[in-house]
Design a protein around this ligand. Structure first.
Ligand code: FMN
Length: 198
């Protein structure tokens, strides 16, 4: 249990209870076998028509890919995410085999990252996703083809110490996580009418 453990109302798997998105990462490198396992988890996620519309560009701290990913971040994210030993870009293929739009591509990409995140917990690793970056810069730097949407950046690593963070970021690192109640999201009968299961 930590300050970040979910204060869940109903039972949860331990990895779901304990998962959170840290900003302080340890500078310890990640064993390559663990990196392979987290992408294996992404690979085995379900997807519409089994299209597997997820693609990833990975950078390890010290390599050029890492630096290019980091340089696309908004300043706020640069403050913390450049501590992480692994950064990657998450990309969705927006069309199916005949060039038709794939309406679930983003959903499927998100689900693959969700699976990756839980496998990461099993490996002792933490994941922090980011929307704050310049997707056009990523597209240009990595020659991402048309029809592929650059969606998020993701930082992965072992937990670090909150004291290593910029002082503005530390309070977020040591405050509890919050969620609205399930009944505010789970409806029955009509949108907005809470299910009586909760
Ligand atoms: C798609 C997505 C984009 C996010 N973008 C950012 C970001 O740019 N910077 C950041 O510090 N956190 C970002 N986050 C992290 C969220 O703020 C965080 O997941 C949320 O506050 C819930 O906290 P928890 O993951 O610790 O439970 C993002 C998360 C997701 C899923």
């Amino acid at each position: 249990m930590s300050i970040k453990s979910a204060s869940n109302d109903y039972p949860l798997l331990t990895h779901l209870k304990e998962r959170w998105s840290p900003r302080a990462f340890d500078n310890r490198f990640i064993e390559p076998a663990k990196i392979r396992s987290i992408f294996e988890a992404a690979r085995w996620a379900p997807s519409g028509f089994n299209a597997q519309p997820w693609y990833f560009i990975t950078g390890l701290k010290g390599d050029e890919t890492y630096d290019q990913i980091a340089s696309s971040m908004v300043d706020f994210n640069k403050l913390w995410a450049t501590q992480a030993p692994l950064l990657f870009v998450a990309i969705a293929k927006e069309t199916g085999p005949k060039g038709e739009p794939n309406p679930t591509a983003l959903y499927d990409l998100g689900q693959s990252i969700a699976h990756l995140t839980i496998q990461a917990m099993e490996e002792g690793l933490y994941v922090h996703q980011m929307g704050g970056f310049d997707a056009d810069e990523i597209r240009d730097n990595f020659d991402v083809p048309d029809g592929y949407k650059v969606v998020t950046l993701v930082a992965v690593g072992y937990l670090g110490k909150p004291d290593t963070l910029h002082p503005n970021l530390k309070p977020m690192e040591i405050s509890p996580r919050e969620r609205r109640k399930a009944k505010e999201s789970v409806f029955s009968g009509k949108f907005g009418i809470s299910s009586n299961l909760f």
